[in-house]
Ligand binder design. Sequence first.
Ligand code: GLC
Length: 578
Amino acid sequence: MKNHLGYFLFLLLITSCTPPAPPPADEGATDEQTWWKEGILYQIYPQSFKDSDGDGFGDFRGVLEKLDYVESLGVTMVWMNPFFASPLVDNGYDVADYRAIHPRYGTMADFQAMLDGFHERGIKFVLDVVVNHSSDQHAWFQASRSSRANPYRDYYHWWPAEKGEPPYRFSFFDPEGAWEYDSLSNAYYLHTFAAAQPDLNWENPKVRQEVYDIMKFWAEKGVDGFRMDAFQYASKDTTWPEFPEGHEREVIKWYGMRPQLHDYLKELYREVIAPYGVFAVAEGAGSTFQDAHDLVDADRQELQTAYHFDYVSMAKTPDGYALADFKDVFTRWDSAFAEKGWLAIFLSNHDNSRLVNRYGNPSPAFRIPSTQMLHTFLLSMRGTPYTYYGDEIGMTNIDMPNIEEYVDVAAKGEYRAALAAEEDLDEFMRLLNYRSRENSRTPMQWDTTYQAGFTTGDPWKKVNANHQSINVAAQDQDPASILNHFRAMTKVRRENPVLVYGRYELIQREHPDIYAFTRSWEGDKMLVLLNFSDAPASIELNAMAGFENIVINYYPSLQTDGPRLSLEPYQAVICKIE
Ligand code: GLC
């Protein structure tokens, strides 16, 4: 526990007299050591993790029951999706009160107990901050829409209807676009996501101050970091120019990363990040490496890290992806950040379908090794690795072929768009069934009891029928399980800073099946070999020795013949080499 009073008196002293000191010239070097670079993050989707009171929704007391489990994973950070007061149009990404907890998750005391429980186990806590937009039920929006003269009018973006229709703006969730007409004041308001998620006006300094105050409120409760939701879109060009036809093919370029955003982030850094010693990760990293550096380089004094979506967009259909593209994406981003700056990396989260379905092989023969291989990859790359709940046991997609079963606002919006465009709806549903984010929101599979041990009531979302074979209890004591491989990998990463800070070097880019690379740092060198194929594959590695110093291998052996190494389907191996 932090000593809050002493800390705040100290802060008052330093922040009232001096601005944060400029960083030393080399600050921001990739191998400069900090806890959030060394961290291993586990993402908890709270409504689906563990229900303690039988109402069918996961809650804080449920997480409390599972703290020892989370600790046993060897992770050092937890990011929890939003749990604030909300009408839940977008499962909590529509916040009605940023300082209040939705009752289904528990009380503030429950939150504090959970936070303390994480801290007692040495696990940092990252809060989701959803401030590109609020809920339309937020008191600010209710006041804002009530009349054009209301003092909160400028908290949101309004277009008076007497000026005619506003220039088109793209909406992620609404095929009709981002302006919604509101008859109460005869004006349109902007919503980059659903109509129930009006965009806050970041150009208004009062709005920014409100956000900093909210972040301070949670920092004072002891949270260690913030995930800035959809943040690259926060600043808008409020002259509302017409955008060219087809511009929405490059959404980030047209809608994201306006120059003013950086001024606001510097302000946020001065107000919250520096004085509270917290860190922040941006969802999205712009559309160029320069954008990403501008967000996260330490000497910019803005955010500390970010994650991009390039590898997500490559795996959107059941047809899979090319290993060469996968290698290229990771290699390009790594080299762009080899000297300076830091990124987070992930392959799955609450906005995508399950890890093994997208990047691995969910068939019964290969689900286990391919998931183990993907964990080996993520936990041996540079960048803070993010693992989504359930992936540590290899949970899979569910089958939802009918649109009526979907509750997700994004899926419904996409379906309306497909209908309007007269697309082939069978094909649309086939793809949605594969890529929908509902796939990854099913309840955590703890055991084989009623509702997989998630709840004693009716779960808010159907439990995957495969919980009879895929669950924590079945894997916990099995040394060959995905779960125990994940634990072994987090241990290896924690014990080997070379896997955190080491230089990454790709080997044999053109190899069709094997992704091979080395990591080197301060005299240590590790070789990582990953067979992405469902057939054996081999690779010849001349001028390297030490293959017998195996650190990770979930197959009984590694076949070597001089410099030639042969891997079983989806085998992954890490060895210390000379
Ligand atoms: C982010 C969240 C997503 C949410 C959207 C709107 O992309 O990850 O779940 O729907 O923002 O807040």
